[in-house]
Ligand binder design. Sequence first.
Ligand SMILES: [Zn+2]
Length: 392
Amino acid sequence: MTRKLYYESAYTTEWETSVTGSEQREDGLYVTLAETAFYPHGGGQPCDLGEIGGAAVLDVILENDEVLHKVEAMPASGTVQCNIDWERRFDHMQQHSGQHLLSAVIRDMLDAPTLSFHLGTEIATIDIGCAELSAEQFQAVEAEVNRHIYVNHAIRSYFVSEEEMARLPLAKQPKVTENFRIVETEDVEYNACGGTHVSATGAIGIIKLLRSDKQKGNIRITFKCGGRALCEFNDQSRILGVLSAKYNTGKDEIIDRIEKGEQEQKRLELELAALKDSNDGYLAQELLAALEPDSALVSDIFEAKPLKELQSLAAKLTALTDLPVLLVSAAENKAVLAHSGKAGFSCGAFFKAELGAFQGKGGGSDKLAQAGFPSWEAALGFYEQAKRAIVS
Ligand SMILES: [Zn+2]
C-alpha cells in the first residue's frame, strides 16, 4: 500500500520514491508509487498535478484506498523524482481551509449546516441548509471568517481511534468507518476530513464572498480565498479602471454617470421618434402630391427603412387616402400593404395568395399585412407583381 505523504504534511512538494506498479487502461496508463504526495480527487477537492520521473501526471484517483496516478508516459525504472504543481495545490489548500472556516462560522452564527462543497478551477461554492440569507448576514459572515483568518489559528491534522473520535465535538460525523482523520482548527472546530489544508488560518490570506443564490430551497454561497481573491480584486480593479477612463471620472462617480447617460439616451430616443413621426407626415404628403390623377395605388421603394418605419409611414398614408398603399424596403427585404378599409380587398388574403411565388413569409389583417423575403430581388419581384395585380 502506498504511503500517503499528503496525510503527514500538506507541504511536501518534492520527494524521491519508486514505481511499484503500472496498468494500461482504456483511458491511459496508471502507475502506483511507494510514497505519494499527489492528492487524489476527494471531499470536494480536485486532484494534484505534477511530474513523476519527468512524466506529466494527468489525473490522480483513489481506488480501494490505493492512489493511482494517470501519467502521460511510463516513468524510468528505479528511483524516480516526483514533484507536485505547488501553485495549484496551495490554491486548493487556501480554498479548502477557507471553506472549513466559512462552514464553521455559518454553523455558529446561523445554525445552518454545510450540505456540500465544490471547488472549481475559478470559484468555490458551498450549499448551506437555510432558506434565506440577508445582505446583513452575508456581510457579517464574511467579516467573521476574515476575523478568524487574522487571529491565525493553528490547523493540525491527525488520526484518532474510534473511541478518541467519540470524545471529540465533531462538526459532523465522518463518512469513513476506519482511519479517522481529524482536522483541528484551534479554538474553532474539530472536523473529520481527508483533504489538504494550510498550517494556520492566516495562510488563507483573505476570504471574499462573491454572491449567494437560492438553490433548491437552500442557499449557495460562491467565494474565493487567498490568491484567487487577489486575482478577483485585480480583475475588478481593471474593469473599474477602464470604466473610470471611459467616463473620465473617479470610481464613486461612475454609476451616477451611467444613470445620467441612460436618461439622456431615453430623451434622445423620444426626440428621434417624434422627429421620425413628423418626417413620416411630410413624406406621406409628398407621396400623395406626386400621384398621377388616375392612380389606383400609392407605392414606393426605400433603401434603408426598417419594417417598423414602413408600417408607420403606411399608417400616415392610409389616414390621408383611401387608396391602397404598397411599400418595400431593402433594409430587411420587407414589404407592407395597407389601406383605410375602403379598397375592397383583404391585405392579409392578398399576401397569402401572392407570397409563395417569391418565397415570401408573412401575413396580416384585412387592412394591414407585412412580409419578409429571402433576397432583395425576391422582395422587388413581389413588389412589381403586387403593383400590377392591385391596379388591374
Ligand atoms: Zn478539509
